[in-house]
Design a protein around this ligand. Structure first.
Ligand SMILES: [Zn+2]
Length: 87
């Protein structure tokens, strides 16, 4: 799994709607890639903040926020790689 693949799978991973095989691939990548570990750690902190703040469902803007957060991280870390251009 490459960083780009992890980026694509992360939203499902965070939602808990990912298949076990992909989740395992993500975990393996995280063991090898400190950059992605940092990104996932930030996501988990973000989720914790939302969870602690409210017992309701995630705000509708959450995925939008998460998507923007991830893209910012990737642009900063991999200036030559633009995930939104990958089809
Ligand atoms: Zn990575």
């Amino acid at each position: 799994m490459r960083c780009e693949d992890l980026f694509t799978a992360l939203v499902e991973y965070v939602d808990g709607q990912i298949d076990p095989e992909t989740a395992a691939a993500i975990e393996r990548h995280l063991e090898e890639c400190p950059v992605c570990r940092l990104v996932v750690d930030n996501i988990r902190k973000t989720i914790f903040v939302y969870s602690a703040d409210s017992t309701c469902d995630m705000p509708e803007t959450f995925h939008e926020h998460l998507d923007g957060l991830l893209r910012d991280h990737w642009k900063a870390r991999f200036p030559s790689s633009q995930p939104e251009d990958a089809s």
